[in-house]
Design a protein around this ligand. Structure first.
Ligand code: TA6
Length: 281
């Protein structure tokens, strides 16, 4: 079942329920903010104090960072992570493929707001498949006559039982840029989170595994050669109005991205697809 809903303040979202899973997608940002497989806990973390308000990004789920990830290189005063997550997207397709699989496609087109911040014409779609597995694909086409560079991310917040219970596999011996230390290091073994972490890993293996006690979640990526790992820990959390004091203990971001050197240049008419697939086991 696909139902169009809204909160009291008119903030619109789509609710999906099928035999395998349930999900919620906000039209602002094409933001998947809930996904849960039957008989499992929620896969995605959502802050208890997240904003569902026009113009404010939702803290949790899968924010879409486009056309730049992090700070804008030319103008750092522009909103962090680009405008896609606070723009209203249009639903293009919604289809119940079978009893356990639902397909939603949303689209973002340039408008006066996007053109003021980024003077390019583009066609962006987000394909989301909700079932026993979750698939999300961001497709960007350059519809302008000049090339442009994009740096993007599917900024996925995973919900975890407790930060002390998790380990992340698939990044052993990989180089990463540490945004806190502002230097490059090599990953030694599995990743454990015991402090603030903000890193861009280069050349991750095709499948990244998040182990949380007995639960194993696999993340497969396509069109990406970088993976961001982020946890704000204690002090950074206090600075965020939409993060509760102990929220950092039950989340970790593993972000399928085209970050830093993995930014892509698209010539006129060229397209790029960034895809992430999530499954248990
Ligand atoms: O992906 C990691 C990161 O870029 C961090 O540096 C961090 O501050 C974060 O994303 C969250 O950004 P936001 O703009 O949503 O507060």
């Amino acid at each position: 079942m696909i139902t169009h809903k809204q909160f009291d303040n008119d903030f619109k979202y789509i609710e999906i329920q099928n035999k395998q899973a349930e999900a919620k997608i906000a039209l602002q940002g094409a933001h998947l903010f809930h996904y849960k497989v039957k008989d499992k806990a929620s896969l995605l973390w959502l802050s208890d104090s997240a904003y569902f308000e026009e113009g404010k990004a939702i803290r949790g789920g899968i924010p879409i960072c486009f056309p730049w990830f992090g700070k804008n290189k030319e103008d750092p005063s522009l909103p962090q992570h680009g405008f896609a997550r606070t723009q209203l997207w249009t639903v293009v397709l919604e289809e119940e493929i079978d009893e356990g699989t639902t397909y939603i496609q949303l689209q973002l087109k340039p408008n006066t707001h996007t053109l003021t911040q980024w003077a390019y014409l583009f066609d962006v779609t987000l394909d989301i498949i909700i079932g026993h597995e979750l698939s999300i694909a961001l497709s960007v086409t350059n519809t302008d006559t000049k090339p442009f560079e994009i740096s993007t991310a599917l900024h996925t917040y995973f919900s975890v039982s407790d930060i002390d219970n998790i380990s992340i596999k698939g990044l052993e011996n990989r180089a990463y840029y540490d945004a806190l230390e502002e230097k490059t290091s090599i990953q030694d073994g599995d990743i454990l989170i015991q402090e603030e972490v903000d890193r861009v890993y280069v050349n991750p293996t095709e499948t990244i595994t998040l182990l949380d006690r007995d639960e194993k979640i696999s993340l497969q990526q396509e069109g990406s050669n970088s993976l961001v790992v982020w946890n704000p820990w204690i002090e950074k959390s206090k600075q965020m109005a939409d993060m509760t004091e102990d929220g950092y203990r039950t989340m970790v971001c593993l972000e399928t991205s085209n970050a830093r050197e993995d930014a892509r240049v698209l010539q006129a008419k060229e397209s790029h697809v960034l895809r992430a697939e999530f499954k248990y086991g």
